[in-house]
Design a protein around this ligand. Structure first.
Ligand code: PEP
Length: 244
């Protein structure tokens, strides 16, 4: 399984972020753990020393140059992060459009960063319009991606209605299985079989040690926890629950 821990802005002190990264690095696990501290902490934490992969939580649409406050893909790469989260719903809520997300995906891949692309609907309706919404989020973001780069894309399905809730309010196993297949189908139909096989799919939205086992559905490659990744106790409990 792939676990992408998004620390968001939960951890204030760099030492606290490093404690979680260090604890994850010491785990004897077959799972791929990717942790996303804040930009500032990213520059301080050594991926090599702690033997985990690191991700940034965002990146600039600009390559570099006169863009005050922006953090470009190349700067992220230089901080030893291998991955970048793109299009998280909390960023989309702040005005990030599908077109901005598509530009960020291209910037990231162009700089050899791997992409964790977040998609997810705000609500579900009986006419299933959320399926067209997800289709549009995925196809617009992957429009410019070269055939060979699909292996560098992880899609994190994170329904907004399930984020930041309790374990019992996460998605149901059946709905998650259906969405995993649906996402594979979108990639297959729009880009081809090879690309659909190469792409990885994660689920995010109130995942923790309590519910992770029941959410391990066929076709799903892992999870993107937020809160549960931001302390060593909850992160380790989550990973141990996967193996239990
Ligand atoms: C998220 O926002 O990506 C997320 C999954 O958060 P949480 O696990 O806290 O619901």
């Amino acid at each position: 399984m792939i676990i992408v821990g998004n620390f968001k802005s939960y951890l204030v002190r760099k030492g606290d972020a490093e404690t979680v990264v260090k604890a994850a690095g010491k785990l004897k696990t077959k799972h791929k753990i990717i942790l996303a501290p804040s930009f500032v902490h990213l520059g301080y934490i050594s991926a090599k020393k702690h033997k985990v992969a690191l991700a940034a939580q965002n990146l600039s649409i600009f390559e570099g140059g006169a863009h005050t406050g922006e953090v470009s893909a190349d700067v992220i790469l230089d901080s030893a992060a291998e991955y970048v989260i793109v299009g998280h719903s909390e960023r989309r809520a702040g005005g990030e459009t599908n077109s901005i997300v598509a530009t960020k995906v291209c910037q990231a891949l162009g700089s050899k960063l791997k992409v964790v692309l977040c998609v997810g609907e705000a609500e579900r309706d009986s006419h299933a319009t959320y399926l067209s919404f997800i289709t549009e989020e995925i196809t617009s973001a992957l429009k410019g991606v070269k055939e060979n780069d699909f292996k560098n894309i992880i899609i994190a399905y994170e329904p907004i209605w399930a984020i930041g809730k309790s374990a019992s309010e996460a998605i149901t196993t059946d709905d998650l299985e259906e969405m995993t297949l649906f996402i594979k189908k979108i990639v297959h139909e729009n880009y081809g079989e090879k690309q659909a096989k190469a792409i990885k799919i994660l689920y995010g939205g109130s995942v923790n040690a309590e519910n992770v086992k029941s959410l391990m559905v066929p076709g799903l490659d892992g999870f993107l926890p937020g809160r549960a990744s931001a302390s060593k106790e909850t992160l380790i409990a989550l990973i141990e629950a996967i193996d239990s």
